[in-house]
Design a protein around this ligand. Structure first.
Ligand code: DQA
Length: 146
C-alpha cells in the first residue's frame, strides 16, 4: 500500500513560521516521522509540498492509480479552494485532513473547511503527531471490510 502525504502553502516554512502557533518541528521532521510510522505499518508514504494550488491539484490527480489514499494539510487553501475539493472528489481516494493547529479555536475564517466536505475525517490541534495518527486512521479505513 502507498499513501500520499500532501502539504500546501507555507508549510515549507514550518519550524520558523509563527512557532507560537505551529511549533518548532520542521516539515522535513514531520515527513521523516510519516516515513518511519509508515514503515512500522508495512506501507509506503510519498511526501509532497507545494505553495501552488494548481500543483496540489495535479498531485491529487496523479495520486489516482499510484496511491490508495491521501493525507492532506492544504494550509489556507483548506478555507478557500473549491478546486481542491473538486479534485479530491474526482479521484475518489479516501482523504484524511490534518491541521497542526486547532482551526476551530482560531479566527472564524478558519472554521470553514472545503476539504472536510470530502474527507473521511479531520485531525487538528494535535501538532505533528496528527500526521501519524492520520496515517493510522487511513490504513484502518482501507482495511475495513466493505
Ligand atoms: C493549518 C491551518 C490553516 O488555517 C493555515 O492557513 C495553515 C496551517 C494548520 O496546519 O494548522 O497554513 O493548515
Amino acid at each position: 500500500r502507498s499513501i500520499l502525504v500532501l502539504n500546501g502553502p507555507n508549510l515549507n516554512l514550518l519550524g520558523t513560521r509563527q512557532p507560537e502557533v505551529y511549533g518548532s518541528v520542521t516539515l522535513d521532521m514531520i515527513e521523516g516521522m510519516c516515513v518511519e510510522h509508515a514503515m512500522t505499518l508495512g506501507i509506503q508514504v510519498v511526501c509532497q509540498q507545494s505553495n501552488h494550488e494548481g500543483v496540489l491539484i495535479d498531485a491529487i490527480h496523479a495520486a489516482k492509480g499510484n496511491h490508495q489514499g491521501i493525507i492532506l494539510n492544504a494550509g489556507a487553501y483548506t478555507h478557500t479552494s473549491i478546486a481542491l475539493m473538486d479534485a479530491l472528489a474526482s479521484v475518489e481516494l479516501p482523504c484524511v485532513e490534518v491541521h497542526l493547529s486547532n482551526i476551530h479555536s482560531r479566527e472564524d475564517f478558519r472554521h470553514v473547511s472545503y476539504v472536510s466536505k470530502i474527507a473521511i475525517g479531520q485531525i487538528c490541534g494535535l501538532g505533528p503527531q496528527g500526521y501519524t495518527m492520520a496515517i493510522s486512521a487511513l490504513i484502518s479505513h482501507l482495511e475495513e471490510p466493505g
